[in-house]
Ligand binder design. Structure first.
Ligand SMILES: Cc1cc2nc3c(=O)[nH]c(=O)nc-3n(C[C@H](O)[C@H](O)[C@H](O)COP(=O)(O)OP(=O)(O)OC[C@H]3O[C@@H](n4cnc5c(N)ncnc54)[C@H](O)[C@@H]3O)c2cc1C
Length: 324
């Protein structure tokens, strides 16, 4: 059977999320000479996004529009199901993101298609696929041999290198018209998260703070450091409990899972519920006044010190080197 791989694309604030390209990297590994398509549910991809996708191996983009009041999981899932039932892909790839985690189990059940989630590595030999899966909140990796021709797979953000760009080619752009049903639970209101300008999940540099921030002044220092280094602010539970930061910035078991290139943990003890959300960061720097804090077991670089002394010094140093 010829491979036909569908990727569920994600657009945020008009930009293609890196996870969509990471799914393309996986699709290229799986497809060999098969067809790859990207499906966008919600908005029409811009010309720039179409051009970007056409530089990789995708041959087709299918999109469908959802009005703001229709952007709820119930309508989103049914719309995707309709497109997939028409396109009949052999494999479906999507990010292990908040969207992906809401869609993948639904599609798996409705299409009676097995789901492999949180994949961080892949090897294909003949017709057998060995997929590395991150399980138990990242504490273990499980390797599974897949001999099925059809499946759904969610890809952990930042686990795969982006595919190599090729010369742009012509790509088919097709709108899917879908009869949307009236939702059982209508949308009341969408509230925008004003604080986090960049999504934490896609951030390459994260400056995170915990209870050690102590007060608004500590949180302000964290924001200043983030701005000096071009990073995004995240927090551990202690900072939320202090009342200085919004829960939408929480990283960990009940918060977001992040995998940035650099993670700077300021006044965070390193409880397991926090660690599971950030331990796949490439480089971890910890600043804590307790040399025995468990966060130092995870850190590549550590500073034992008071954040009210270390952060101002770091900000001054960074700002002066930024000016040079
Ligand atoms: C079911 C469950 C789910 C949870 N989910 C999450 C989650 O998703 N994310 C999460 O973060 N937590 C989560 N928690 C809470 C978690 O167990 C910890 O309580 C929490 O991570 C601790 O946050 P913290 O590091 O900010 O605070 P603390 O543990 O209080 O640590 C503060 C640290 O700051 C240091 N410090 C204090 N003052 C200074 C200073 N001036 N300079 C430098 N260092 C200083 C201290 O030495 C200490 O190490 C969860 C807990 C449960 C039970």
């Amino acid at each position: 059977m010829a491979e036909k791989i569908a990727i569920i694309g994600e657009i945020q604030a008009g930009n293609l999320r890196p996870i969509t390209l990471e799914c393309l990297a996986v699709a290229e590994q799986l497809a060999e000479n098969g067809e790859i398509m990207v499906i966008f549910c919600g908005e029409k991809p811009s010309e720039i996004i179409c051009q970007e996708i056409s530089s990789y191996s995708a041959a087709k983009i299918v999109w469908t529009l959802l009005e703001e009041k229709e952007r709820i999981v119930e309508i989103y899932n049914v719309s995707l199901q309709t497109i997939i039932e028409k396109e009949k892909p052999t494999k479906i790839l999507l990010g292990n993101t908040e969207t992906g985690k809401a869609v993948a189990p639904y599609l798996s059940e409705k299409l009676s298609c097995p789901l492999f989630s949180n994949i961080i590595g892949l090897e294909k030999k003949n017709n057998q696929i060995a997929a590395r899966m991150s399980i138990f909140s990242g504490k273990l990796h499980q390797i599974i041999n897949i001999e099925l021709s059809s499946f759904i797979m969610t890809i952990k953000p930042n686990a795969f290198t982006l595919p190599v760009k090729k010369a742009q080619k012509k790509i088919t752009l097709e709108e899917a018209k879908i009869d949307k049903k009236v939702p059982v639970f209508p949308l009341v209101k969408i509230t925008k998260d004003l604080e986090s300008k960049k999504d934490l999940i896609d951030a390459k540099v994260i400056v995170a703070g915990g209870r050690g921030l102590q007060n608004e002044e500590g949180y302000h220092l964290l924001q200043q450091l983030a701005s000096s280094i071009g990073g995004t602010v995240g927090v551990a539970r202690g900072a939320v409990d202090l009342g200085v930061a919004d829960i939408s910035l929480l990283i960990g078991q009940t918060g977001k899972t992040v995998s940035p290139d650099i993670y700077i943990a300021c006044g965070i003890s390193g409880a397991i519920q926090h660690i599971v959300g950030m331990n796949s960061a490439k480089t971890i720097v910890a600043i804590n006044n307790d040399s025995h804090a468990p966060i130092f077991d995870e850190a590549d670089y550590g500073v034992v010190g008071d954040i009210f002394e270390v952060l101002p010094a770091l900000i001054t140093e960074l700002d002066s080197s930024n000016k040079e």
